[in-house]
Design a protein around this ligand. Structure first.
Ligand SMILES: *Cc1c(COP(=O)(O)O)cnc(C)c1O
Length: 394
């Protein structure tokens, strides 16, 4: 059978893609770096022959690139199938082997489900979970984290930037208090890797999760940073891959692409180019000045330069997302992972916002390839759409 390519029958390919926090396009340089490793004739990285050695070399070069981006040693980087696996591994690998008297995790109410649902699972296995709420600006207070920590606490897990609001959390301060209390810190840095500096020493992180596809790399590959000396039990048992820490034949091409993405970040400097922040700010102020009754969620805090989350009073987020899709504009309601579930975003509720505001929230996230023309198009289409949707429900 012929490879038919992606099935977009009956749909229009988004001409304005503003959903980079859900996933981001693979940059051509990254695709090119991956191509030689997609060859079906390539060896297993554990094989001793030259084909195996070539695969191994690709993986180790990628590990060096990721380690350099994080400011750690390559021996502290373990490749996984993505951000979800990295977060699962960090939490389960520390909590499930902890002494029964010390099975307690302090996290926040605004984490990604890759952390929150692991916590629910751990709770069912006798782990005590404390979920610290965020304030209405979308930020978690380090003092609130500090007072939640007690002598039985095994791990603190806090995200670096929130995927829905883009709010940056005070990780360095939380890392400092974790260090003083002698409790290890896991940081879910999936949304910051490639957008902001993610330096394990600056953040005081003992464990840190990242993913390639949120940073213009391929899907299905990520990594867990494990500080030297930190004990984490493996999640997957089998062959001796990843120094015996993560069994399973490596996805060589994806890992190579991940390494290339990390290398591009360094050469392009950390953080978004400033024009992206200007684009986001033009989009945000353009929407707020053209449409009445719009609220920006999480504006008063430091945010990722690419993200804006807005509530359109009286408009259902899902209806608005579908209406924009009809116009070839891709945005998101809540987090992509929660799509289909019509529950309001746990992140916005976790900030203390009311249900109505949470149910009318839409996230615009820009990225590599976003242009002024994209912003102009949204500013042309959105006011009329919101107006019509409000008329309809009146
Ligand atoms: C996307 C995301 C994840 C999950 O990463 P995957 O690679 O998609 O499994 C975890 N945490 C945050 C904050 C994310 O945005």
């Amino acid at each position: 059978m012929q490879d038919a390519g992606p099935d977009l029958t009956g749909t229009r390919v988004a001409s304005v893609y503003m959903d980079h926090n859900a996933t981001s396009p693979v940059r051509p340089e990254i695709r090119e770096a991956m191509a030689p490793y997609v060859d079906p004739g390539l060896g297993n990285a554990s094989s001793l022959h030259r084909w195996g050695r070539s695969a191994r070399a690709g993986i180790e070069r990628a590990r060096d690139c990721v380690a350099q981006a994080l400011g750690c040693s390559p021996a502290e980087v373990f490749f996984t199938s993505g951000g979800t696996e990295a977060c699962n591994w960090a939490l389960k690998g520390v909590l499930l082997t902890a002494h029964r008297q010390h099975r307690r995790i302090v996290t926040t109410a605004i984490e990604h489900y890759a952390v929150l649902r692991v916590c629910t699972y751990l709770e069912a296995h006798g782990v005590e979970v404390v979920r610290v709420p965020a304030d209405s600006s979308g930020c978690v207070d380090p003092d609130a984290v500090a007072s939640a920590v007690n002598e039985r606490t095994t791990l603190i897990s806090v995200m670096h930037a929130n995927n829905e609001t883009g709010c940056l959390q005070p990780i360095a301060a939380i890392g400092e208090l974790a260090w003083r209390r002698g409790v290890p810190l896991h940081v879910d840095a999936v949304q910051t890797f490639g957008k902001e500096p993610v330096h394990v020493e600056d953040l005081n992180a003992d464990l840190l999760s990242i993913s390639a596809h949120k940073a213009n790399g391929p899907k299905g590959v990520g990594a867990l940073y494990v500080r030297r000396g930190m004990i984490v039990d493996p999640l997957l048992h089998g062959g001796g891959q990843e120094s015996g820490m993560r069994a399973g034949t490596e996805n060589v091409a994806a890992i190579v692409g991940f390494g290339r993405a990390a290398a591009l970040m360094r050469t392009g400097g950390h953080g978004w180019p400033e024009p992206l922040r200007l684009l986001r700010d033009r989009l945000e102020s353009g929407i707020c000045s053209r449409i009445p009754d719009v609220q920006v969620n999480g504006r008063s805090q430091a945010r990722l330069a690419n993200t804006v989350n807005l509530s359109f009073t009286g408009v259902s987020s899902e209806v608005l997302v579908r209406a924009l899709d009809e116009h070839g504009i891709a945005v998101s309601s809540g987090s992509a992972c929660a799509a289909g579930e019509s529950e309001p975003s746990h992140v916005l509720l976790g900030m203390g916002l009311d249900r109505a505001r949470a149910q009318s929230a839409v996230r615009f996230s820009l990225g590599w390839g976003s242009t002024q023309a994209d912003v102009t198009r949204v500013l042309e289409v959105l006011p009329g759409l919101v107006h019509r949707l409000r008329e309809r429900t009146r």
